[in-house]
Design a protein around this ligand. Sequence first.
Ligand code: SF4
Ligand code: SF4
Length: 119
Amino acid sequence: MDVWVDKPKCTGCHHCFDVCPVAVFEMRSRKDLAAANADNAPEAMKWTGKSEQQVIDKWGSVQDGHKHFADESDGTSGGISVGVNGSSCILCQACLIECEGECIHITDDTGTTYQSVYK
Ligand code: SF4
Ligand code: SF4
């Protein structure tokens, strides 16, 4: 399985990190471009330091108890998600329904692709 995150859409909500049973995701600093781009996201979806305006408009002012678009993780939210361990993915799809930014992409071994849709 290959798992990667469309970085400009990631809010840093930690939901993927929290629900994944096999630790596919790590939360990284938004200030460290190399670390934030350590999965196989295609060039147009890599982190360049700028979030997508449409996602900021949707989530930037939402008060739901966790940070959005913070540079660093405080252990509960913030930072940016990276699919560092896609080979362990068991396709449980928990992350796909929890992802605020609808920005998780998974490709299985047959080439079938899956993308997150927020419930
Ligand atoms: S679908 Fe894969 S990456 Fe997503 S939560 Fe399940 S095991 Fe983790
Ligand atoms: S669930 Fe989606 S928006 Fe939230 S941190 Fe993970 S990839 Fe980013």
